[in-house]
Write a protein that binds this ligand. Structure first.
Ligand code: IVH
Length: 683
């Protein structure tokens, strides 16, 4: 590439970018991740900037992508739908650069006070213009090329979150109000959709963004209706007969009051410092958000200042997108290996050419199981897309392009014998998972059982990581979990590369882990279907281990959320003398926890105890009665009106005066997802 003639490279890049823009915007079938497209785009921009003659009028850098799909009626936007400049420096320097530019363009002297900005999230979906006339949704259009988009009104009408009618407030409804925002798909909705695809044996979708965009641009609205889409407003188009608020932040508040979904994660901040703080804060929260964002957006808050700043070509000078590291990248699949898990499950793992994605270097990614692998059609040697979003394990989502590959690359097959211990590999009838039948004979299962036992949420044994477990098991030092507590300095020092200091650390970690809780101990045992929450529920209910071990399946089912499967799994576990022996050995090693008499009848966790909630509007999935039951089961009360004593207001679509009252009194407002998170104890 380096020694290529710049003109030839520019031509090549133009052709590539045209091809990929077409795949993305028109066919809804991108072949490369966004980050790769951005890189090619930036390379072309750099070439064009460096050498005057290289810029051609048809260069992809000269227009906003997108073309009208055949089949949709074109819509000419009353006010063009602009795009925004992207600050690709993902460090806080991006915020500084924007603020500096704004100050320069406004000719502000250095001593002038900081500029006020509205900072918001950059939602990763599809831009939509919603046109309301006299409060009624009359048209929805995609951005298209910014001048002309596609009429997707029928499809958009199927999106439950988008009001078909604006809410009446104190003021009359505007004659014309165009609301601009992003249609997107929540991660949990995306996962559920993909699970349904897997259940049907159909191809899974690559990511929430493409799936949302594809759903909006479906020619059959019945298909759109089956896709769980969401919406957030972030701006305005044409406005007639409505007094526009003087700032961007107030504009979003006004839209929320009209019943349009507006994201609560936004802030009014001062100057570069405020922008950097927001960028950092959202960066750390990015993984916990229920939807994907690829950055944040900064906008000069004062509308009068926005007008003074104006536009350059198709981009406003008063706004910028500030990105975060991409969560998808392209790389080469070097090999497919098999990993054996704690329960013997065999997982095909992609060995990748290391690539920086989602903030870390990834060289392994899960391929889930052999069926998923076949559906994705990836083979060794392919260029693949790797995704790492949140703390989810990195996965290979698909193959890049559809071109031919070397004919000799064989299709992947699951081995018949465990690659670790040689035991037979079986697949349950009708199941998808292959399992090694070696049990604790299999070193891989033993290692995983030890790692699970020592894990942060289980016994939390500091100093016991993968490498050490490998050494302990491979060196034959321990075979079972209780043997961990029989390790001494002498045995440990015999290990290769084990310094006295790390040996002492591990011994201290083991000692410290002995004082624990019943919930942690139960979880650490790795009983099938007993996760952290169930372990906590069991501990709370029974108070002591002996009572729990003696409980019948029926008695176990009295515990909150314990059904027949979990109850049976517990019984099976404690009915095996071998397991009881392990428990006794661990107790004998000195593991203790406080016990109590148990509580019956179990009321389950009461995270809302002492709190009063008010429900208003229509929630996406819960009826009023269901929401009330959920709140009460969590120990909360539901009241009919908002007062200073109200702890939370749960607002759905078309929430009315109660929401206004909540805002007035500063009572925190939640949506349905927020309510669920509160009950699950995540807030
Ligand atoms: S403002 C004139 N705000 O990012 C400003 N855009 O090029 C117009 N986007 O495709 C855009 N979140 O769909 C704005 N909070 C946000 C956004 C946002 C996502 C998308 C938008 C557009 C692209 C910007």
């Amino acid at each position: 590439m380096a020694d290529q003639d710049p003109a030839a490279r520019a031509a090549e890049l133009r052709a590539l970018l045209h091809h990929h823009a077409h795949r993305y915007h028109v066919l809804d079938a991108p072949e490369i991740p966004d980050a790769e497209y951005d890189r090619l785009f930036a390379e072309l921009q750099a070439l064009e900037a460096a050498q005057a003659g290289l810029l051609t009028p048809d260069s992809p850098t000269q227009r906003v992508g997108g073309r009208v799909l055949e089949g949709f009626t074109p819509v000419r936007h009353a006010v063009p739908m602009l795009s925004i400049r992207t600050e690709t420096d993902t460090t806080t320097a991006g915020a500084l650069a924007f603020d500096e530019r704004v100050r320069r363009e406004l000719a502000l002297p250095p001593e002038a006070p900081p500029v006020e900005y509205s900072a918001e999230l950059k939602f990763d979906g599809l831009a939509i213009n919603l046109r309301y006339e006299a409060g009624v949704l009359v048209q929805a259009a995609t951005r298209g090329d910014g001048e002309t988009g596609e009429d997707v009104t029928q499809n958009i009408r199927t999106v439950g979150q988008i009001p078909l009618r604006l809410q009446d407030g104190d003021d009359a409804l505007p004659e014309v109000l165009e609301v601009r925002g992003e249609v997107y798909m929540r991660r949990d909705d995306f996962e559920r959709l993909n699970q349904r695809q897997r259940d049907k044996g159909e191809k899974t979708y690559i990511n929430p963004r493409n799936t949302a965009a594809g759903a909006v641009r479906q020619l059959d609205p019945a298909i759109t209706a089956q896709r769980p889409l969401s919406f957030f407003a972030y701006g305005l188009g044409e406005v007639r007969g409505w007094r526009r608020p003087p700032t961007h932040a107030l504009t979003l508040d006004a839209l929320a009051a009209l019943g349009v979904p507006v994201c609560a994660d936004r802030a009014v901040v001062q100057g570069a410092e405020g922008l950097s703080v927001f960028h950092q804060a959202m960066g750390t929260r990015r993984d916990q958000l229920p939807f994907d964002i690829d950055g944040v957006v900064y906008k000069v808050n004062d509308v009068a200042l926005q007008q003074r700043l104006g536009f350059v070509t198709r981009e406003p000078r008063w706004a910028v997108a500030h990105k975060y590291p991409a969560q998808e990248q392209m790389t080469r699949l070097n090999a497919i290996e098999i990993q054996v898990g704690r329960t013997g499950k065999l997982t095909p793992v992609a060995k990748l050419e290391p690539v920086f994605v989602g903030g870390t270097t990834v060289s392994n990614a899960t391929l889930h199981n052999v069926f998923e692998l076949r559906r994705k059609g990836v083979r060794v040697g392919d260029s693949v897309i790797v995704r790492r979003a949140g703390d989810v394990i990195p996965e290979v989502v698909g193959r890049v392009g559809e071109g031919a590959r070397a004919p000799y690359v064989p299709n992947f097959r699951m081995p018949r014998a465990c690659p670790v211990c040689g035991s037979a590999v079986l697949r349950e009838r009708g199941g998808i998972d292959h399992r090694c039948t070696g049990g604790l004979f299999c070193a891989a299962q033993r290692k995983q059982a030890l790692l699970h036992f020592a894990g942060r949420r289980a016994m939390d044994i500091e100093g016991l990581g993968d490498k050490l477990v490998d050494q302990l098991v491979d060196g034959g030092l321990i075979r079972t979990v209780p043997e961990l507590y029989t390790l001494g300095m002498a045995k440990l020092s015999a290990l290769e590369r084990m310094a006295d200091k790390s040996a002492a650390n591990l011994l201290a970690g083991l000692d410290k882990s002995k004082a624990t809780t019943l919930a942690r101990f139960l979880y650490a045992l790795g009983i099938r279907h007993v996760g952290e929450t169930t372990a906590k529920d069991l501990a709370r209910h029974f108070g002591g281990l002996d009572r729990l071990m003696a409980a019948s399946a029926e008695q176990l089912r009295e515990v909150n959320d314990v059904g027949p499967v979990v109850a049976q799994s517990l019984r099976t576990f404690f009915d095996q003398p071998h397991n009881v022996e392990v428990v006794e050995q661990l107790r004998a090693a000195g593991i203790t926890w406080p016990e109590h008499d148990g509580e019956a009848p179990d009321k389950g966790p009461q995270p809302l105890a002492g709190q009063t909630l008010v429900l208003t509007g229509t929630l996406p999935t819960l009826t009023r009665d269901e929401a009330k039951a959920l709140v009460e089961a969590a120990g909360g009360k539901v009241a009919g009106s908002v007062s200073k004593k109200t702890s939370w207001v749960v607002a759905g679509v078309e929430a009315g005066s109660k929401l206004d009252k909540a805002r007035e009194l500063g009572v925190p407002v939640l949506d349905e997802a927020g309510l669920r998170a509160l009950i699950d104890g995540q807030t």
